[in-house]
Design a protein. Sequence first.
Length: 128
Amino acid sequence: MRASSRRLLLSGQAAKPPATESRRGLALLPALVVLKDPGHKDCAVKRIIALPCEAVHLKQGAIYVNGKRLFEPYLSAGTRTLSSDAQDHFFVVGKDEYFVMGDNRANSEDSRCYGPVHRDWIVGALAR
């Protein structure tokens, strides 16, 4: 999904994800962000799936973050999350990095392709 003018884009330092990692239990994740798309020369809208220092496991069409299956009510029923080679993959997100995915999982270039993105690649967050 490409950035759309129909939503408010919060830009600048205030819109960047906070440095703390204690947000998983809050309603802040998975947040929609606009980032410099490593797969293209433009910006893209992606969803933050995992925070710095978290573990992501793509297993049998599902996503596990730190060993817990990720509940994704924003996806269509029956959506499977597979890697580009349809194999199970395990990632550890580095310091100052985020694991991002597009909601159109079958056609999205995201962290499954290019790995976690550095905090500096995130240019803003979408307001609800």
